[in-house]
Design a protein around this ligand. Structure first.
Ligand SMILES: [Zn+2]
Length: 439
Protein backbone atom coordinates (compact mmCIF):
# COMPACT_ATOMS: atom_id res chain seq x y z
CA UNK A 1 0.00 0.00 0.00
CA UNK A 2 1.32 3.45 -0.89
CA UNK A 3 1.79 5.79 2.02
CA UNK A 4 1.42 9.56 1.98
CA UNK A 5 4.41 11.82 2.46
CA UNK A 6 4.20 14.48 5.19
CA UNK A 7 3.56 17.18 2.59
CA UNK A 8 0.36 15.43 1.50
CA UNK A 9 -1.11 15.14 4.99
CA UNK A 10 -4.24 17.23 5.52
CA UNK A 11 -3.89 20.63 7.16
CA UNK A 12 -6.41 19.77 9.88
CA UNK A 13 -6.29 16.78 12.20
CA UNK A 14 -10.05 16.19 12.24
CA UNK A 15 -12.33 16.91 9.25
CA UNK A 16 -14.94 18.32 11.64
CA UNK A 17 -12.70 21.39 12.07
CA UNK A 18 -13.70 22.49 8.55
CA UNK A 19 -17.28 21.10 8.51
CA UNK A 20 -20.02 23.36 7.07
CA UNK A 21 -21.90 25.53 9.59
CA UNK A 22 -25.16 23.65 8.93
CA UNK A 23 -23.45 20.37 9.89
CA UNK A 24 -22.07 21.92 13.09
CA UNK A 25 -25.47 23.37 14.03
CA UNK A 26 -27.19 20.00 13.61
CA UNK A 27 -24.40 18.23 15.50
CA UNK A 28 -24.70 20.73 18.37
CA UNK A 29 -28.48 20.45 18.57
CA UNK A 30 -28.34 16.67 18.96
CA UNK A 31 -25.50 16.88 21.48
CA UNK A 32 -27.14 19.65 23.55
CA UNK A 33 -30.35 17.67 24.06
CA UNK A 34 -28.44 14.50 24.95
CA UNK A 35 -26.06 16.29 27.33
CA UNK A 36 -28.95 18.14 29.03
CA UNK A 37 -30.58 14.82 29.88
CA UNK A 38 -27.32 13.19 30.97
CA UNK A 39 -26.41 16.14 33.24
CA UNK A 40 -29.90 16.35 34.75
CA UNK A 41 -29.94 12.64 35.54
CA UNK A 42 -26.37 12.32 36.80
CA UNK A 43 -24.92 15.61 38.08
CA UNK A 44 -26.55 16.53 41.43
CA UNK A 45 -25.98 20.29 41.02
CA UNK A 46 -27.57 20.40 37.54
CA UNK A 47 -30.48 18.33 38.82
CA UNK A 48 -31.02 20.71 41.74
CA UNK A 49 -30.73 23.92 39.67
CA UNK A 50 -33.00 22.68 36.88
CA UNK A 51 -35.67 21.44 39.33
CA UNK A 52 -35.56 24.80 41.13
CA UNK A 53 -36.11 26.53 37.79
CA UNK A 54 -38.95 24.12 36.91
CA UNK A 55 -37.15 22.89 33.78
CA UNK A 56 -36.89 19.26 32.69
CA UNK A 57 -34.77 17.72 29.88
CA UNK A 58 -38.00 16.90 28.02
CA UNK A 59 -38.51 20.67 27.63
CA UNK A 60 -35.31 20.86 25.58
CA UNK A 61 -35.96 19.70 22.02
CA UNK A 62 -33.82 22.21 20.17
CA UNK A 63 -30.93 24.64 20.57
CA UNK A 64 -33.50 27.46 20.72
CA UNK A 65 -35.34 25.71 23.61
CA UNK A 66 -32.04 25.32 25.41
CA UNK A 67 -31.11 29.00 25.06
CA UNK A 68 -34.56 30.05 26.22
CA UNK A 69 -35.07 27.66 29.15
CA UNK A 70 -31.90 26.02 30.49
CA UNK A 71 -30.77 27.67 33.75
CA UNK A 72 -27.21 28.99 34.17
CA UNK A 73 -24.69 27.76 36.73
CA UNK A 74 -21.71 29.70 38.10
CA UNK A 75 -18.48 28.87 39.90
CA UNK A 76 -20.14 30.18 43.08
CA UNK A 77 -23.00 27.67 42.64
CA UNK A 78 -20.42 24.88 42.43
CA UNK A 79 -18.53 26.09 45.54
CA UNK A 80 -21.75 26.60 47.49
CA UNK A 81 -22.94 23.08 46.63
CA UNK A 82 -19.53 21.72 47.61
CA UNK A 83 -19.57 23.42 51.02
CA UNK A 84 -23.19 22.52 51.76
CA UNK A 85 -22.88 18.85 50.78
CA UNK A 86 -19.22 18.08 51.43
CA UNK A 87 -18.93 17.08 47.75
CA UNK A 88 -15.45 18.12 46.50
CA UNK A 89 -16.70 18.33 42.91
CA UNK A 90 -19.55 20.67 43.85
CA UNK A 91 -22.21 18.32 42.48
CA UNK A 92 -20.56 18.23 39.05
CA UNK A 93 -18.83 14.88 39.06
CA UNK A 94 -20.34 11.78 37.49
CA UNK A 95 -18.73 8.45 38.27
CA UNK A 96 -18.54 6.01 35.38
CA UNK A 97 -16.35 3.05 36.42
CA UNK A 98 -13.39 2.49 34.13
CA UNK A 99 -13.79 5.87 32.44
CA UNK A 100 -12.05 8.11 34.99
CA UNK A 101 -8.36 7.76 34.20
CA UNK A 102 -6.91 10.45 36.48
CA UNK A 103 -7.82 13.36 38.73
CA UNK A 104 -6.50 16.87 38.10
CA UNK A 105 -7.49 20.27 39.43
CA UNK A 106 -8.47 23.57 37.90
CA UNK A 107 -5.78 26.23 38.05
CA UNK A 108 -7.43 28.13 40.91
CA UNK A 109 -6.83 31.49 39.20
CA UNK A 110 -10.03 32.94 40.61
CA UNK A 111 -10.48 30.92 43.81
CA UNK A 112 -9.85 27.52 45.32
CA UNK A 113 -8.62 24.92 42.85
CA UNK A 114 -11.44 22.47 42.10
CA UNK A 115 -10.81 18.73 41.50
CA UNK A 116 -11.51 17.60 37.93
CA UNK A 117 -11.86 13.94 36.92
CA UNK A 118 -10.09 13.26 33.63
CA UNK A 119 -12.08 11.15 31.24
CA UNK A 120 -10.61 8.60 28.88
CA UNK A 121 -11.33 11.08 26.07
CA UNK A 122 -10.73 14.49 27.63
CA UNK A 123 -11.95 17.31 25.39
CA UNK A 124 -8.89 19.34 26.38
CA UNK A 125 -6.71 16.52 24.98
CA UNK A 126 -8.69 16.60 21.80
CA UNK A 127 -8.28 20.35 21.41
CA UNK A 128 -4.55 20.24 22.21
CA UNK A 129 -4.03 17.45 19.65
CA UNK A 130 -5.70 19.58 16.99
CA UNK A 131 -3.69 22.66 18.07
CA UNK A 132 -0.34 20.81 17.95
CA UNK A 133 -1.19 19.48 14.50
CA UNK A 134 -2.13 22.99 13.35
CA UNK A 135 1.20 24.37 14.61
CA UNK A 136 2.91 21.72 12.53
CA UNK A 137 3.78 18.82 14.85
CA UNK A 138 3.76 15.52 12.98
CA UNK A 139 4.39 11.88 14.03
CA UNK A 140 8.02 11.38 15.02
CA UNK A 141 8.57 14.99 16.09
CA UNK A 142 9.79 16.01 19.54
CA UNK A 143 7.94 18.55 21.67
CA UNK A 144 8.75 20.20 24.99
CA UNK A 145 6.03 19.75 27.59
CA UNK A 146 6.35 22.33 30.33
CA UNK A 147 4.05 21.09 33.04
CA UNK A 148 1.56 23.65 34.23
CA UNK A 149 -0.37 23.31 37.49
CA UNK A 150 -3.49 22.63 35.49
CA UNK A 151 -5.60 19.46 35.53
CA UNK A 152 -2.56 17.35 34.84
CA UNK A 153 -1.73 14.37 32.75
CA UNK A 154 -3.90 14.90 29.74
CA UNK A 155 -1.22 16.30 27.45
CA UNK A 156 0.87 13.15 27.49
CA UNK A 157 -1.99 11.12 26.09
CA UNK A 158 -2.61 13.65 23.32
CA UNK A 159 1.07 13.48 22.36
CA UNK A 160 1.19 9.70 22.43
CA UNK A 161 -1.79 9.44 20.12
CA UNK A 162 -0.19 11.86 17.67
CA UNK A 163 3.10 9.92 17.77
CA UNK A 164 5.00 12.86 19.31
CA UNK A 165 7.92 12.36 21.66
CA UNK A 166 7.55 14.56 24.74
CA UNK A 167 10.43 16.01 26.73
CA UNK A 168 9.05 17.01 30.11
CA UNK A 169 10.04 20.02 32.25
CA UNK A 170 8.75 21.67 35.39
CA UNK A 171 7.54 25.22 35.00
CA UNK A 172 10.53 26.71 36.78
CA UNK A 173 13.33 29.09 35.73
CA UNK A 174 15.83 26.52 37.08
CA UNK A 175 14.86 24.29 34.12
CA UNK A 176 15.99 26.81 31.50
CA UNK A 177 19.53 25.43 30.90
CA UNK A 178 18.09 21.92 30.45
CA UNK A 179 15.34 23.23 28.15
CA UNK A 180 17.89 25.01 25.99
CA UNK A 181 20.16 22.00 25.83
CA UNK A 182 17.26 19.72 24.88
CA UNK A 183 16.25 22.22 22.18
CA UNK A 184 19.73 22.02 20.65
CA UNK A 185 19.95 18.21 20.82
CA UNK A 186 16.44 17.09 19.85
CA UNK A 187 15.33 20.11 17.82
CA UNK A 188 11.70 20.01 19.01
CA UNK A 189 8.92 21.61 16.93
CA UNK A 190 6.85 23.10 19.72
CA UNK A 191 6.81 23.95 23.40
CA UNK A 192 3.73 24.01 25.59
CA UNK A 193 2.95 25.82 27.83
CA UNK A 194 5.45 28.69 27.63
CA UNK A 195 4.22 31.28 30.17
CA UNK A 196 5.23 34.91 30.77
CA UNK A 197 7.41 34.33 33.89
CA UNK A 198 9.45 31.73 31.98
CA UNK A 199 9.88 34.03 28.96
CA UNK A 200 11.16 36.79 31.28
CA UNK A 201 13.55 34.39 33.02
CA UNK A 202 14.77 33.20 29.62
CA UNK A 203 15.37 36.80 28.51
CA UNK A 204 17.62 37.26 31.55
CA UNK A 205 19.36 33.97 30.82
CA UNK A 206 20.16 34.99 27.23
CA UNK A 207 21.37 38.42 28.43
CA UNK A 208 23.68 36.77 30.96
CA UNK A 209 25.07 33.89 28.88
CA UNK A 210 25.12 35.43 25.40
CA UNK A 211 23.51 32.24 24.05
CA UNK A 212 21.77 32.89 20.71
CA UNK A 213 18.00 32.47 21.03
CA UNK A 214 17.53 32.31 17.25
CA UNK A 215 19.74 29.22 17.11
CA UNK A 216 18.14 27.66 20.19
CA UNK A 217 14.63 27.97 18.73
CA UNK A 218 15.38 27.42 15.02
CA UNK A 219 13.48 24.11 14.83
CA UNK A 220 10.34 25.45 16.53
CA UNK A 221 7.23 25.88 14.39
CA UNK A 222 5.48 27.61 17.28
CA UNK A 223 5.22 27.84 21.06
CA UNK A 224 2.01 27.76 23.07
CA UNK A 225 1.66 30.67 25.47
CA UNK A 226 -0.82 30.56 28.35
CA UNK A 227 -1.46 31.78 31.85
CA UNK A 228 -2.37 35.39 31.20
CA UNK A 229 -2.60 37.85 28.31
CA UNK A 230 0.49 38.23 26.14
CA UNK A 231 1.60 41.88 26.08
CA UNK A 232 3.22 43.62 23.11
CA UNK A 233 6.70 43.58 24.65
CA UNK A 234 6.80 39.81 25.15
CA UNK A 235 5.21 39.34 21.74
CA UNK A 236 8.01 41.34 20.10
CA UNK A 237 10.68 39.70 22.26
CA UNK A 238 9.67 36.15 21.30
CA UNK A 239 9.34 37.26 17.67
CA UNK A 240 12.96 38.47 17.77
CA UNK A 241 13.88 34.95 18.91
CA UNK A 242 12.16 33.57 15.78
CA UNK A 243 9.35 32.03 17.84
CA UNK A 244 5.76 32.20 16.63
CA UNK A 245 3.55 32.35 19.70
CA UNK A 246 0.12 30.71 19.77
CA UNK A 247 -1.85 31.95 22.76
CA UNK A 248 -4.12 29.49 24.54
CA UNK A 249 -6.78 29.83 27.19
CA UNK A 250 -9.30 27.67 28.98
CA UNK A 251 -12.74 27.45 27.43
CA UNK A 252 -14.47 27.84 30.79
CA UNK A 253 -12.99 24.56 32.08
CA UNK A 254 -14.68 22.42 29.39
CA UNK A 255 -11.84 22.42 26.83
CA UNK A 256 -8.86 24.44 25.65
CA UNK A 257 -9.15 27.26 23.11
CA UNK A 258 -6.13 28.45 21.13
CA UNK A 259 -5.17 30.93 18.46
CA UNK A 260 -4.65 29.68 14.93
CA UNK A 261 -2.00 31.05 12.59
CA UNK A 262 -4.23 34.06 11.82
CA UNK A 263 -3.66 35.16 15.47
CA UNK A 264 -7.05 36.82 15.60
CA UNK A 265 -8.94 35.27 18.51
CA UNK A 266 -9.20 31.87 20.21
CA UNK A 267 -10.92 29.01 18.36
CA UNK A 268 -13.63 27.23 20.33
CA UNK A 269 -14.08 23.73 18.91
CA UNK A 270 -17.82 23.72 18.54
CA UNK A 271 -18.17 19.95 18.31
CA UNK A 272 -16.73 19.81 21.85
CA UNK A 273 -18.56 22.79 23.38
CA UNK A 274 -21.54 25.06 22.74
CA UNK A 275 -20.66 28.69 23.39
CA UNK A 276 -22.86 31.74 24.00
CA UNK A 277 -22.31 35.32 25.13
CA UNK A 278 -24.71 37.00 27.58
CA UNK A 279 -24.94 40.39 29.24
CA UNK A 280 -22.98 40.02 32.52
CA UNK A 281 -25.68 41.86 34.48
CA UNK A 282 -29.00 40.82 32.88
CA UNK A 283 -27.92 37.44 31.39
CA UNK A 284 -29.79 38.36 28.19
CA UNK A 285 -28.19 37.00 24.98
CA UNK A 286 -25.65 39.25 23.29
CA UNK A 287 -25.20 39.22 19.49
CA UNK A 288 -21.99 38.01 17.87
CA UNK A 289 -19.58 40.94 17.63
CA UNK A 290 -20.77 42.50 20.91
CA UNK A 291 -19.08 42.23 24.33
CA UNK A 292 -20.65 39.60 26.58
CA UNK A 293 -19.85 37.03 29.26
CA UNK A 294 -18.82 33.67 27.83
CA UNK A 295 -21.20 30.81 28.69
CA UNK A 296 -20.12 27.26 27.86
CA UNK A 297 -21.79 23.86 27.70
CA UNK A 298 -19.74 20.73 27.20
CA UNK A 299 -21.01 18.53 24.39
CA UNK A 300 -18.79 15.55 25.16
CA UNK A 301 -17.55 15.42 28.77
CA UNK A 302 -19.84 12.98 30.53
CA UNK A 303 -17.83 13.04 33.78
CA UNK A 304 -18.06 16.83 34.37
CA UNK A 305 -21.16 17.79 32.42
CA UNK A 306 -21.03 21.58 32.77
CA UNK A 307 -24.22 22.92 31.23
CA UNK A 308 -24.69 26.66 30.66
CA UNK A 309 -21.72 27.50 32.83
CA UNK A 310 -21.09 31.25 33.17
CA UNK A 311 -17.32 31.62 32.91
CA UNK A 312 -16.94 35.23 34.10
CA UNK A 313 -14.82 35.94 30.98
CA UNK A 314 -15.76 38.94 28.85
CA UNK A 315 -15.52 38.00 25.17
CA UNK A 316 -16.54 39.00 21.65
CA UNK A 317 -17.62 35.99 19.56
CA UNK A 318 -17.02 35.82 15.80
CA UNK A 319 -18.67 32.97 13.85
CA UNK A 320 -17.54 34.00 10.37
CA UNK A 321 -15.25 31.42 8.66
CA UNK A 322 -11.59 31.92 9.57
CA UNK A 323 -8.68 32.53 7.21
CA UNK A 324 -7.11 29.30 8.53
CA UNK A 325 -9.94 27.34 6.89
CA UNK A 326 -11.74 26.39 10.07
CA UNK A 327 -15.48 27.01 10.36
CA UNK A 328 -15.62 26.96 14.18
CA UNK A 329 -16.23 30.16 16.18
CA UNK A 330 -13.46 32.38 17.47
CA UNK A 331 -13.59 34.76 20.38
CA UNK A 332 -11.52 37.65 21.63
CA UNK A 333 -10.91 37.61 25.35
CA UNK A 334 -11.13 41.04 26.99
CA UNK A 335 -10.69 40.04 30.64
CA UNK A 336 -12.63 38.89 33.70
CA UNK A 337 -16.04 40.49 34.23
CA UNK A 338 -15.10 40.91 37.91
CA UNK A 339 -11.90 42.80 36.97
CA UNK A 340 -13.78 45.44 35.05
CA UNK A 341 -13.72 48.95 36.46
CA UNK A 342 -15.67 51.99 35.28
CA UNK A 343 -13.88 55.34 35.48
CA UNK A 344 -16.00 58.29 34.41
CA UNK A 345 -18.21 55.77 32.62
CA UNK A 346 -15.32 54.25 30.62
CA UNK A 347 -14.81 50.49 31.00
CA UNK A 348 -11.19 49.59 31.82
CA UNK A 349 -9.69 46.10 32.06
CA UNK A 350 -6.20 45.13 33.31
CA UNK A 351 -5.21 43.95 29.81
CA UNK A 352 -5.21 47.56 28.55
CA UNK A 353 -2.91 48.71 31.34
CA UNK A 354 -0.49 45.82 30.88
CA UNK A 355 0.81 46.90 27.47
CA UNK A 356 1.49 50.41 28.73
CA UNK A 357 3.37 49.30 31.87
CA UNK A 358 5.60 46.63 30.32
CA UNK A 359 7.19 48.99 27.81
CA UNK A 360 9.24 50.84 30.44
CA UNK A 361 12.48 49.06 31.29
CA UNK A 362 11.99 49.38 35.07
CA UNK A 363 8.45 47.96 34.93
CA UNK A 364 8.91 45.43 32.12
CA UNK A 365 7.65 42.56 34.30
CA UNK A 366 4.22 44.28 34.14
CA UNK A 367 3.54 43.80 37.84
CA UNK A 368 0.69 46.14 38.73
CA UNK A 369 -2.68 46.34 40.43
CA UNK A 370 -5.77 48.42 39.82
CA UNK A 371 -7.01 49.74 43.19
CA UNK A 372 -10.78 49.61 42.96
CA UNK A 373 -12.69 50.82 46.00
CA UNK A 374 -15.96 50.97 44.03
CA UNK A 375 -17.06 49.47 40.71
CA UNK A 376 -17.56 53.00 39.37
CA UNK A 377 -14.92 55.60 40.20
CA UNK A 378 -13.91 59.04 38.97
CA UNK A 379 -10.14 58.41 39.13
CA UNK A 380 -8.13 55.38 38.01
CA UNK A 381 -5.74 54.30 40.77
CA UNK A 382 -2.78 52.12 39.79
CA UNK A 383 -0.12 50.50 41.95
CA UNK A 384 2.87 49.64 39.76
CA UNK A 385 5.88 47.57 40.81
CA UNK A 386 9.34 48.55 39.51
CA UNK A 387 12.69 46.82 39.56
CA UNK A 388 15.07 48.85 41.77
CA UNK A 389 18.17 47.55 39.92
CA UNK A 390 16.87 48.74 36.55
CA UNK A 391 15.93 52.21 37.81
CA UNK A 392 17.91 54.73 35.72
CA UNK A 393 16.67 58.08 37.10
CA UNK A 394 14.56 58.91 40.14
CA UNK A 395 11.33 57.08 41.07
CA UNK A 396 9.51 60.39 40.61
CA UNK A 397 10.68 60.64 37.01
CA UNK A 398 9.53 57.07 36.33
CA UNK A 399 6.17 57.78 37.96
CA UNK A 400 5.80 60.89 35.76
CA UNK A 401 6.61 58.91 32.58
CA UNK A 402 4.13 56.16 33.42
CA UNK A 403 1.46 58.66 34.45
CA UNK A 404 1.68 60.68 31.25
CA UNK A 405 1.72 57.66 28.98
CA UNK A 406 -1.21 55.88 30.66
CA UNK A 407 -3.29 59.06 31.06
CA UNK A 408 -2.92 59.96 27.39
CA UNK A 409 -3.80 56.41 26.21
CA UNK A 410 -6.69 55.70 28.58
CA UNK A 411 -7.96 59.26 28.82
CA UNK A 412 -9.22 59.33 32.42
CA UNK A 413 -7.94 61.02 35.62
CA UNK A 414 -5.17 58.88 37.06
CA UNK A 415 -3.12 58.35 40.22
CA UNK A 416 0.04 56.20 39.98
CA UNK A 417 1.61 54.71 43.12
CA UNK A 418 5.07 53.17 42.62
CA UNK A 419 6.28 50.30 44.81
CA UNK A 420 9.31 48.01 44.78
CA UNK A 421 8.16 45.01 42.68
CA UNK A 422 9.28 42.71 45.51
CA UNK A 423 6.34 44.08 47.52
CA UNK A 424 3.90 42.84 44.88
CA UNK A 425 5.70 39.51 44.53
CA UNK A 426 4.87 38.84 48.19
CA UNK A 427 1.25 38.45 46.98
CA UNK A 428 2.11 35.45 44.81
CA UNK A 429 3.97 34.39 41.67
CA UNK A 430 3.89 36.99 38.86
CA UNK A 431 0.93 35.47 37.01
CA UNK A 432 -1.15 35.07 40.19
CA UNK A 433 -0.93 38.58 41.66
CA UNK A 434 -4.48 39.95 41.91
CA UNK A 435 -4.82 42.51 39.13
CA UNK A 436 -7.68 44.24 40.93
CA UNK A 437 -7.59 44.95 44.65
CA UNK A 438 -9.81 46.82 47.07
CA UNK A 439 -7.04 48.63 48.95
ZN1 LIG B 1 -8.49 30.16 12.42
Amino acid sequence: MASQSQAEWPDVLDPIEVAPRSFLDAHQEAAITAMSRHAFENAPLINEVWKRAGVSPSDIKSTADFMEKAPFITKDDIREFRDRNGDPSGGMSVSIPGQTVSIGTTSGTTGDPTPVPNWRRMPSEESYSRDFWHIGARPGDHICHIMFTFRGGHRRRASMELGLCEIAFSMSPTEIPRLIEASKIYRPVTMSIFPGPLILAMEQYFEKTGDDPVDVFKSYKGAVFGGEPLGERLKNLTKSWGLEIFETTSLGDVAGASQCRMHDGFHAYEDLAFIEAVDPITAEPVADGEVGELVVTTLVDRLSPLVRYRTGDLVVIDRTPCGCGRTHAKFNLLGRATDQILVEGRSILPREIMGLVENESETRAALFQIVRTHREMDTLKLRIGYNTERLAGSPDALRGRLHDKIASEIGVPLIVELVDEQELLKLGPPHKIPRVTKS
